[in-house]
Design a protein around this ligand. Sequence first.
Ligand SMILES: NC(=O)c1ccc[n+]([C@@H]2O[C@H](COP(=O)([O-])OP(=O)(O)OC[C@H]3O[C@@H](n4cnc5c(N)ncnc54)[C@H](O)[C@@H]3O)[C@@H](O)[C@H]2O)c1
Length: 394
Amino acid sequence: MPASAAGAVRGRFAQTLAIARRAWYNEEKRPQGRAACVRGGPRFPLPPARACWGLYLKLLVTGGAGFIGSNFLFYMREKHPQTELVCLDKLTYAGDAETLAPFCGAPGFAFVRADVADGAALDAALEEHRPDAVVHFAAESHVDRSIADPSVFVRTNTAGTQALLEACRRHGVERFHHVSTDEVYGDLDGTEERSAEDAPLRPSSPYAASKAGADLLCAAYARTYGMFVTVSRSSNNYGPYQFPEKLIPRMVVSALRGEPLPVYGDGLQVRDWLHVRDHCAAVDRILRAGRAGRVYNVSAHCERRNIDVVRLILEELGLPLSRIRHVADRPGHDRRYAADASRLREELGWEPETAFAAGLRAAVRWYLAHRPWWEHILSGEYQSAYARLFAPGR
Ligand SMILES: NC(=O)c1ccc[n+]([C@@H]2O[C@H](COP(=O)([O-])OP(=O)(O)OC[C@H]3O[C@@H](n4cnc5c(N)ncnc54)[C@H](O)[C@@H]3O)[C@@H](O)[C@H]2O)c1
C-alpha cells in the first residue's frame, strides 16, 4: 500500500478510536452492540474485533484489591464488559488478591503489583498498559492506623496521589478520577448542616488530612496543567469485601466469633452510610459525564448513630444487646459527618439504589455466608494469594 494510503487508513482508524472513546464517556448516547458499528457508527471500513463502540476504553484502577476498588472492578466488568481493566495495587495488609481470583486469566484484565508512590513503577505500568483513564482508590484508609503512624498516610495518600498525577500527566492519560472522603470536611457536630463541595476543608485525623492534601493536589494539577481531573468525596461505605477492621464487618465478625462488640465511647457518633455499589455507580457516572476540575460529594443522605448500627447488626444476628462493650474513645473522634450530594444528583442524575436497612441486612448475610473469606484475612493467609494468582511466571 502506498505511504499516503496507509496514512489515510491510520488517520481514519485514529478518528474511529476518538469517536468510540467519546461515545464511551457519554454512554447514554452510545449505540449498543456490533450492529451499532454499522448503523450508528462511522461509515468507513472498521477493523473487525475492536471496532464496536466502547471497546476502546481501558481503565487503570489503583487500590483494586481493596474494599471499594474490588467492588468497582466487579461493577465495571458487569456493567461494561468490554472495558479493559488494569488493577494496580501494592497489596498492603488491606489488599487481598484472592478477592480478584475471578479475574485470574480473564481477557481484558491485568494486575500490576506496584506502589502509587513509586514514579518509576508507575511509568512502567502506564507505558505498558496505556490506559485512557485512571481511577485512584489506593490509599491507607483506616483512621486508627493513621493515629498510630501518620507518616505512611502522608506517603501513600498525599505523595502517592501526586506521583500518580505526575505520571498521568507525563503519559497523557485523558482522565484522572480521585476517590476521596467526606472526612476532609471535618466534624459537623452540633449542626444540622451538610457539607457542600465548596465547604472549607477542616480534617481532624491524619487520615483525613492526608486525603485533603491529595484533593488539593488534584485541584492544582487540573488548574496548572489543564489535566482532566475529577474528585469524589464519599461518605462511609459498607458492603462485601470490607476489611474486618472497619465498623460494620468488625462488629459482624466479633459477633460471629462470640466476642464482645467494641463500641467507641458513647457510640453516639453519626456517620452517613452508603452502599458500596451505589458508590461504584457514582464513580462510573462521574468518569463518563463529570466536568473537568469538579468535585462531587457522594452520599445517600443516610445518617445513623454508630450504636444504632451495632444494635441493628445484633438484631439481624438474633443476638442480645448485652454483647456490646463500650471502650475508650478514639482521640479527636469526629462526632458527625454529612455530605450534601445535590450536585451529583442534579448534574449527573445519580441516585442511590440501596436502602440502608436492606443493604445492611444483605451485608450482614454476606459476612455470614463468606466466613472463609474473613477467616483467611484474620489468619493472614491471604497475603500469599498474589503469588498464586497473578505473579509473573506463576
Ligand atoms: N471505606 C470507606 O468507607 C471510604 C469512604 C470514603 C472514601 N474512601 C476512599 O476510598 C478509597 C478506597 O477505600 P477502601 O475502603 O476500599 O480502602 P482499603 O483499605 O480497603 O483498600 C486500599 C487498597 O489500596 C491499596 N494500597 C494501599 N497503599 C498503596 C500504595 N502505596 N500503592 C498501591 N496500592 C496501595 C491496598 O493494598 C488496598 O488494596 C480510599 O481512597 C479511601 O480514602 C473510603
